[in-house]
Design a protein around this ligand. Structure first.
Ligand code: ZN
Length: 292
Protein backbone atom coordinates (compact mmCIF):
# COMPACT_ATOMS: atom_id res chain seq x y z
CA UNK A 1 0.00 0.00 0.00
CA UNK A 2 1.33 3.40 -0.96
CA UNK A 3 1.12 6.02 1.78
CA UNK A 4 1.89 9.71 1.78
CA UNK A 5 4.03 11.37 4.42
CA UNK A 6 6.63 13.95 5.31
CA UNK A 7 10.28 13.31 6.22
CA UNK A 8 10.90 14.45 9.80
CA UNK A 9 14.47 13.30 10.20
CA UNK A 10 17.29 11.68 8.31
CA UNK A 11 20.15 9.76 9.93
CA UNK A 12 22.61 8.06 7.61
CA UNK A 13 20.53 6.26 5.01
CA UNK A 14 17.47 6.04 7.25
CA UNK A 15 14.54 8.41 7.21
CA UNK A 16 11.75 8.89 9.68
CA UNK A 17 8.53 9.59 7.80
CA UNK A 18 5.33 10.78 9.44
CA UNK A 19 2.44 9.41 7.40
CA UNK A 20 -0.92 11.05 6.88
CA UNK A 21 -2.27 8.54 9.41
CA UNK A 22 0.18 10.14 11.91
CA UNK A 23 2.28 6.99 12.06
CA UNK A 24 6.05 7.33 12.29
CA UNK A 25 7.73 4.91 9.88
CA UNK A 26 11.46 4.27 9.46
CA UNK A 27 12.26 4.13 5.75
CA UNK A 28 15.10 3.67 3.33
CA UNK A 29 15.20 5.37 -0.04
CA UNK A 30 14.98 3.42 -3.27
CA UNK A 31 18.29 3.21 -5.14
CA UNK A 32 16.87 5.17 -8.06
CA UNK A 33 17.27 8.47 -6.15
CA UNK A 34 21.03 8.03 -5.89
CA UNK A 35 21.25 7.47 -9.64
CA UNK A 36 19.24 10.66 -10.17
CA UNK A 37 21.41 12.55 -7.64
CA UNK A 38 18.37 13.34 -5.51
CA UNK A 39 18.83 13.29 -1.76
CA UNK A 40 15.69 12.83 0.29
CA UNK A 41 15.58 15.85 2.61
CA UNK A 42 13.86 16.75 5.85
CA UNK A 43 10.54 18.36 4.95
CA UNK A 44 10.13 16.41 1.70
CA UNK A 45 6.65 15.20 0.90
CA UNK A 46 7.06 11.58 -0.10
CA UNK A 47 5.19 8.41 -0.90
CA UNK A 48 6.34 5.28 0.88
CA UNK A 49 5.57 1.60 0.59
CA UNK A 50 5.89 -0.86 3.44
CA UNK A 51 7.65 -4.08 2.47
CA UNK A 52 6.76 -7.64 3.48
CA UNK A 53 10.18 -7.78 5.11
CA UNK A 54 12.63 -5.11 6.15
CA UNK A 55 12.22 -1.36 6.04
CA UNK A 56 9.58 0.60 4.20
CA UNK A 57 10.85 2.29 1.05
CA UNK A 58 10.54 5.89 -0.09
CA UNK A 59 9.04 5.58 -3.56
CA UNK A 60 8.76 9.13 -4.76
CA UNK A 61 9.55 12.68 -3.67
CA UNK A 62 6.98 15.29 -4.57
CA UNK A 63 8.15 18.58 -6.13
CA UNK A 64 9.58 20.96 -3.52
CA UNK A 65 8.16 24.41 -2.87
CA UNK A 66 11.56 25.55 -1.63
CA UNK A 67 14.77 24.12 -0.25
CA UNK A 68 17.20 25.61 2.21
CA UNK A 69 20.76 24.37 2.26
CA UNK A 70 22.02 25.01 5.77
CA UNK A 71 20.53 23.07 7.43
CA UNK A 72 19.05 21.11 4.51
CA UNK A 73 15.27 21.32 4.79
CA UNK A 74 12.50 21.52 2.22
CA UNK A 75 8.98 22.94 2.01
CA UNK A 76 9.06 25.48 4.82
CA UNK A 77 5.74 27.38 4.90
CA UNK A 78 6.55 30.18 7.28
CA UNK A 79 9.46 31.72 9.11
CA UNK A 80 9.18 33.52 12.42
CA UNK A 81 11.77 36.25 12.22
CA UNK A 82 12.55 37.11 15.81
CA UNK A 83 13.93 40.46 16.92
CA UNK A 84 14.35 41.62 20.49
CA UNK A 85 12.66 44.75 21.80
CA UNK A 86 15.77 45.34 23.89
CA UNK A 87 19.15 43.70 24.61
CA UNK A 88 20.05 43.56 21.77
CA UNK A 89 18.33 46.61 20.29
CA UNK A 90 16.06 45.69 17.36
CA UNK A 91 17.94 45.41 14.09
CA UNK A 92 15.23 46.67 11.71
CA UNK A 93 17.43 46.41 8.62
CA UNK A 94 18.15 42.75 9.37
CA UNK A 95 14.43 42.14 9.82
CA UNK A 96 13.63 43.74 6.44
CA UNK A 97 16.48 41.83 4.80
CA UNK A 98 15.16 38.54 6.13
CA UNK A 99 11.61 39.37 5.08
CA UNK A 100 12.94 39.85 1.54
CA UNK A 101 14.98 36.63 1.59
CA UNK A 102 12.04 34.63 2.93
CA UNK A 103 9.56 36.08 0.43
CA UNK A 104 11.93 35.28 -2.44
CA UNK A 105 11.90 31.65 -1.32
CA UNK A 106 8.09 31.54 -1.05
CA UNK A 107 8.27 31.33 2.74
CA UNK A 108 5.74 33.53 4.55
CA UNK A 109 7.63 35.90 6.86
CA UNK A 110 6.13 36.52 10.31
CA UNK A 111 7.94 39.31 12.19
CA UNK A 112 8.09 38.56 15.92
CA UNK A 113 9.01 41.16 18.52
CA UNK A 114 10.25 39.28 21.59
CA UNK A 115 11.03 40.53 25.11
CA UNK A 116 8.05 42.92 25.12
CA UNK A 117 7.99 42.66 28.92
CA UNK A 118 11.19 44.72 28.79
CA UNK A 119 10.35 47.04 25.89
CA UNK A 120 10.03 50.78 25.58
CA UNK A 121 6.59 51.87 24.26
CA UNK A 122 8.40 53.58 21.37
CA UNK A 123 9.86 50.28 20.12
CA UNK A 124 6.52 48.47 20.31
CA UNK A 125 4.81 51.34 18.54
CA UNK A 126 7.45 51.39 15.77
CA UNK A 127 7.00 47.65 15.27
CA UNK A 128 3.20 47.89 15.24
CA UNK A 129 3.22 50.79 12.79
CA UNK A 130 5.96 49.83 10.37
CA UNK A 131 4.94 46.18 10.08
CA UNK A 132 1.18 46.59 10.08
CA UNK A 133 0.99 45.06 6.58
CA UNK A 134 2.35 41.81 7.95
CA UNK A 135 0.93 39.04 10.04
CA UNK A 136 3.11 39.73 13.08
CA UNK A 137 3.39 39.00 16.78
CA UNK A 138 4.51 40.67 20.00
CA UNK A 139 5.63 38.06 22.53
CA UNK A 140 7.67 37.45 25.62
CA UNK A 141 9.21 34.04 26.23
CA UNK A 142 9.84 35.31 29.77
CA UNK A 143 6.33 36.49 30.75
CA UNK A 144 4.61 34.07 28.29
CA UNK A 145 2.68 36.96 26.77
CA UNK A 146 1.58 36.27 23.18
CA UNK A 147 2.58 32.61 23.24
CA UNK A 148 -0.99 31.36 22.76
CA UNK A 149 -1.25 33.36 19.54
CA UNK A 150 2.12 32.04 18.42
CA UNK A 151 0.95 28.46 18.99
CA UNK A 152 -2.17 29.13 16.94
CA UNK A 153 -0.07 30.35 14.05
CA UNK A 154 1.93 27.13 14.06
CA UNK A 155 -1.20 25.08 13.40
CA UNK A 156 -1.09 23.07 10.17
CA UNK A 157 2.10 24.67 8.86
CA UNK A 158 5.77 23.78 8.63
CA UNK A 159 7.52 26.56 10.49
CA UNK A 160 10.98 27.65 11.48
CA UNK A 161 12.48 30.36 13.67
CA UNK A 162 15.27 32.71 12.77
CA UNK A 163 16.91 35.90 13.95
CA UNK A 164 20.23 37.20 15.20
CA UNK A 165 21.99 35.92 18.28
CA UNK A 166 20.51 36.56 21.75
CA UNK A 167 17.04 37.63 20.57
CA UNK A 168 15.58 34.64 22.41
CA UNK A 169 14.75 32.12 19.68
CA UNK A 170 15.78 29.19 21.87
CA UNK A 171 13.79 30.50 24.83
CA UNK A 172 10.72 30.81 22.59
CA UNK A 173 11.12 27.27 21.25
CA UNK A 174 11.60 25.98 24.77
CA UNK A 175 8.57 27.87 26.05
CA UNK A 176 6.55 26.24 23.25
CA UNK A 177 8.03 22.77 23.64
CA UNK A 178 9.14 22.34 27.24
CA UNK A 179 9.53 18.56 26.81
CA UNK A 180 11.77 18.63 23.81
CA UNK A 181 15.16 19.32 25.33
CA UNK A 182 16.23 21.34 22.33
CA UNK A 183 19.82 22.34 21.89
CA UNK A 184 19.20 25.37 23.99
CA UNK A 185 20.92 28.59 24.65
CA UNK A 186 22.61 31.10 22.44
CA UNK A 187 25.88 29.44 23.39
CA UNK A 188 25.02 26.23 21.56
CA UNK A 189 24.08 28.34 18.54
CA UNK A 190 27.56 29.82 18.53
CA UNK A 191 29.18 26.42 18.91
CA UNK A 192 27.16 25.06 16.02
CA UNK A 193 28.15 27.94 13.83
CA UNK A 194 31.81 27.56 14.72
CA UNK A 195 31.94 23.91 13.76
CA UNK A 196 31.31 24.46 10.05
CA UNK A 197 29.54 21.16 9.87
CA UNK A 198 26.15 20.66 8.36
CA UNK A 199 23.69 20.35 11.19
CA UNK A 200 21.06 17.72 10.91
CA UNK A 201 17.82 19.49 11.38
CA UNK A 202 14.73 17.71 12.50
CA UNK A 203 11.06 18.56 12.20
CA UNK A 204 9.02 18.22 15.36
CA UNK A 205 5.35 17.37 14.65
CA UNK A 206 3.01 19.91 16.14
CA UNK A 207 -0.73 20.52 15.74
CA UNK A 208 -0.98 19.03 12.24
CA UNK A 209 2.13 20.90 11.27
CA UNK A 210 5.77 20.78 12.28
CA UNK A 211 8.48 23.02 13.65
CA UNK A 212 12.14 22.94 12.71
CA UNK A 213 14.08 22.20 15.90
CA UNK A 214 17.09 24.29 14.96
CA UNK A 215 17.15 27.79 16.38
CA UNK A 216 20.50 28.59 14.79
CA UNK A 217 18.88 28.37 11.40
CA UNK A 218 19.61 31.23 9.03
CA UNK A 219 18.54 32.32 5.58
CA UNK A 220 21.36 32.65 3.14
CA UNK A 221 21.51 35.74 1.05
CA UNK A 222 20.96 34.74 -2.47
CA UNK A 223 21.73 36.33 -5.80
CA UNK A 224 20.41 39.59 -7.18
CA UNK A 225 16.79 39.84 -8.19
CA UNK A 226 14.82 42.06 -10.54
CA UNK A 227 13.57 45.29 -9.04
CA UNK A 228 9.93 44.21 -9.43
CA UNK A 229 10.73 41.04 -7.48
CA UNK A 230 12.18 43.12 -4.66
CA UNK A 231 9.15 45.41 -4.76
CA UNK A 232 6.90 42.33 -4.49
CA UNK A 233 8.49 41.64 -1.07
CA UNK A 234 6.90 44.89 0.21
CA UNK A 235 3.18 44.29 0.73
CA UNK A 236 2.60 47.98 1.47
CA UNK A 237 3.75 48.88 -2.07
CA UNK A 238 0.82 46.98 -3.62
CA UNK A 239 0.30 48.50 -7.10
CA UNK A 240 2.22 51.71 -6.37
CA UNK A 241 5.24 50.80 -8.59
CA UNK A 242 2.87 50.74 -11.60
CA UNK A 243 2.07 54.40 -10.97
CA UNK A 244 5.70 55.55 -11.32
CA UNK A 245 6.34 57.81 -14.32
CA UNK A 246 9.34 55.71 -15.40
CA UNK A 247 8.89 51.98 -15.88
CA UNK A 248 12.44 51.38 -14.56
CA UNK A 249 11.91 53.72 -11.58
CA UNK A 250 14.12 52.82 -8.62
CA UNK A 251 11.84 54.81 -6.26
CA UNK A 252 14.95 56.71 -5.24
CA UNK A 253 15.47 60.18 -6.74
CA UNK A 254 13.09 59.90 -9.71
CA UNK A 255 10.17 62.34 -10.02
CA UNK A 256 6.51 61.21 -10.00
CA UNK A 257 7.23 58.01 -8.12
CA UNK A 258 4.26 55.92 -6.98
CA UNK A 259 6.19 54.43 -4.07
CA UNK A 260 7.30 57.80 -2.74
CA UNK A 261 3.69 58.94 -2.97
CA UNK A 262 2.95 56.28 -0.35
CA UNK A 263 5.29 58.14 2.00
CA UNK A 264 3.18 61.26 1.60
CA UNK A 265 -0.11 59.53 2.44
CA UNK A 266 1.44 57.50 5.27
CA UNK A 267 0.93 54.03 3.79
CA UNK A 268 4.69 53.50 3.78
CA UNK A 269 6.76 54.42 6.81
CA UNK A 270 9.92 56.50 6.46
CA UNK A 271 11.95 53.77 8.19
CA UNK A 272 10.77 50.97 5.92
CA UNK A 273 11.39 53.20 2.89
CA UNK A 274 14.94 54.15 3.92
CA UNK A 275 15.83 50.53 4.56
CA UNK A 276 14.26 49.55 1.23
CA UNK A 277 16.62 51.97 -0.50
CA UNK A 278 19.60 50.35 1.28
CA UNK A 279 18.50 46.89 0.14
CA UNK A 280 17.66 48.07 -3.40
CA UNK A 281 21.10 49.64 -3.82
CA UNK A 282 22.79 46.47 -2.52
CA UNK A 283 20.76 44.47 -5.01
CA UNK A 284 21.88 46.76 -7.83
CA UNK A 285 25.51 46.31 -6.78
CA UNK A 286 25.11 42.54 -6.86
CA UNK A 287 23.51 42.81 -10.26
CA UNK A 288 26.44 44.88 -11.61
CA UNK A 289 28.90 42.26 -10.43
CA UNK A 290 26.86 39.30 -11.59
CA UNK A 291 29.49 38.07 -14.06
CA UNK A 292 32.45 38.53 -11.69
ZN1 ZN B 1 9.05 54.78 -8.29
Amino acid sequence: MIEKGIILKGVGSFYEVLTEAQESVTCKARGVFRKQHITPTVGDHVTIEKQPRGYALIDSILPRKNILVRPPVANIDQIFIVIAASAPEPDWLLLDRMIVEATKMKITPVPVLNKIDDASPAVISQFETEYRHFDKLCVSAHSKEGLTLLKEKLHGKVSCFSGQSAVGKSSLLNALFPDLQLAVGELSEKIDRGKHTTRHAELVPYENGAVLDTPGFSLLESDWIEQYELDACYPEFAYAPFRCRYPDCMHDSEPDCGVKALLQNGTLSQGRYERYIVLARENQERRKHRYD
